[in-house]
Design a protein around this ligand. Structure first.
Ligand code: SAM
Ligand code: SF4
Ligand code: F3S
Length: 469
């Protein structure tokens, strides 16, 4: 049964009071995909807790399991199907009446009620525009309703606000969305179809949120959007991202990062604002996708290789020590060896400190899915491996710049492999490992920014010692 999805964040509170019957239940939220989903997961956790539910670590212990899904590449789809299917035979936790399985996020938005057919043990489906209804939908099923879906068209307006309870796992870091959706329609990409048109949050709302975070001791915010550089265009007629960076620099928040930037909209004003705002970290993620102007055109990226390189030159002229990262797709339909060599030479020329490399994945409904695509899989894999080798080399070289330097590190926790090793991030977003000083506990450092002398620089991390410890 489909409910009329007319409820937005504003009427969220009514839904919860009605649905407070999730008291004493347990929940587990799992998110896939990008930071938008991680932030949505924080809001789902916040709302479930406001409705009386308690967090647990495993599906077995949970009365409520929520998946925030991603469909940007095929592998993400497959992972969700695998995970939900394994739950089919899992009995409810002892003493519980049932387990409710809810699927939301981008696959929820894309497939809607069809998910009930593909995955019969799914009870609740929600989309990218109906997050605020999650506790109410779950409560209905938990108390007897068979299954329920709430979806709005991805282009519907609404929820360009995050005025919902939020459970943050870390007090020292916060994801702060500034735009939702995307208008760029790169030909390979599903995001505009599942997240809808670009909508910005109000300038004052973002500033107020970061001021609140700074006042409560948060050390770092990451501003989120599919293209943060166009922030404000829909509300104010022109982008206000540069102005936002400068204003947020006055809030007292020690560190500001943002992702993602589209090269076509990264303005000289924004470059200047980055360079002149000390809290903005010396790091820029600027997805290039391909080094071939021909492929960039087929991708509808709207810049050429030369324009991208000129932009990088302007960024480096303003911030010589900046760490650059990127996204690159290998094997876009019709990519030739010549096109690929252009990508390889661009990666060598720019010397990225980090790159997320992807093999093209056909997404139904996008224009690229209809393009001829006859490059053999082994050829694409070989290109991918050659690209990764170049990135590993430039990443290693970039990290050498920090060797024997003292860098301020924001400590995030302990290493997954060894709880006697603290891990944190440098201003350039490098992972930094430091041995926990004898006689001290990790919690004394987590959430603090401390100086670290770098003793070792590897491809994907730095290792160092605390200064003055
Ligand atoms: N809006 C961001 C931007 O343009 O930089 C990127 C968002 S997307 C979630 C993250 C990355 O996934 C893209 O930059 C692109 O490299 C990759 N991607 C998107 N669609 C893809 C596809 N169909 N196949 C392979 N990679 C894809
Ligand atoms: Fe996808 Fe392009 Fe939008 Fe990024 S800018 S989300 S790659 S359509
Ligand atoms: Fe995936 Fe949706 Fe993000 S498709 S990458 S979770 S916007």
């Amino acid at each position: 049964m489909t409910q009329n999805p007319d409820q937005t964040a504003a009427s969220y509170a009514d839904g919860v009071s009605e649905a407070h019957q999730l008291a004493n239940t347990t929940y587990c939220v799992k998110s896939f995909g990008c930071q938008m989903n991680m932030h949505d997961a924080e809001r789902v956790r916040g709302m479930l807790e406001a409705a009386g539910s308690f967090p647990v670590d495993t599906f077995e212990e949970a009365d409520i399991v929520v998946f925030l899904t991603c469909c940007v590449r095929e592998a993400a789809d497959t992972r969700l199907y695998g995970q939900v299917a394994t739950m089919r035979t899992m009995p409810p936790r002892p003493g519980s009446q049932r387990r409710v399985v809810a699927v939301g996020g981008c696959i929820g938005q894309r497939d809607g009620e069809e998910l009930f057919q593909h995955l019969p043990n799914v009870d609740v489906v929600f989309g990218t525009h109906t997050l605020s209804r999650v506790p109410e939908l779950i409560a209905r099923v938990y108390h007897g309703q068979d299954h329920v879906a709430a979806l709005l068209d991805a282009d519907a307006l609404g929820e360009a606000s995050t005025d919902l309870p939020t459970h943050r796992d870390e007090e020292f870091h916060a994801w702060v969305p500034i735009t939702f959706g995307c208008n760029n329609f790169c030909t390979y990409c599903i995001v505009p179809y599942v997240r809808g048109r670009e909508r910005s949050r109000a300038f004052d709302e973002v500033v107020a949120e970061v001021e609140r975070l700074a006042a409560t001791g948060c050390k770092e915010v990451t501003l989120l959007g599919q293209n943060v550089n166009s922030y404000g265009r829909d509300l104010y007629g022109a982008p206000r991202f540069a102005e936002l960076l400068r204003r947020l620099g006055e809030t007292g928040i020690p560190r500001i990062r943002f992702t993602s930037s589209h090269p076509k909209d990264l303005s000289d004003e924004t470059i200047a604002a980055m360079a002149e705002t000390p809290a903005v970290m010396p790091q820029l993620h600027l997805a290039v996708q391909s080094g071939s102007t021909r492929v960039l055109k087929a991708m509808h990226r709207t810049y050429t290789r030369e324009q991208y390189v000129a932009l990088i030159d302007r960024v480096r002229a303003a911030m010589p020590d900046i760490a650059l990262s990127t996204d690159i797709i290998v094997g876009f339909p019709g990519e030739t060896e010549e096109d690929f060599l252009q990508t390889l030479s661009l990666a060598e020329q720019v010397r990225y400190a980090q790159a997320f490399t992807f093999i093209y994945s056909k997404r139904a409904g996008t224009p690229a899915a209809r393009m001829e695509d006859d490059t053999p899989r082994e050829v694409i894999q070989d290109r991918f491996d050659r690209l990764v080798a170049v990135i590993q080399k430039t990443a290693y070289e970039a990290n050498q710049h920090e060797l024997h330097q003292v860098v301020p590190v924001l400590f995030e926790g302990v290493s997954k492999r060894d709880d006697h090793v603290l891990t944190g991030r440098s201003p350039k977003n490098q992972t930094v490992h430091v041995a926990l000083p004898e006689g001290h506990a990790a919690h004394e450092y987590v959430g603090d920014i401390r100086d670290v002398r770098v003793d070792e620089a590897r491809t994907w991390y730095l290792r160092g010692t605390l200064v003055g410890a």
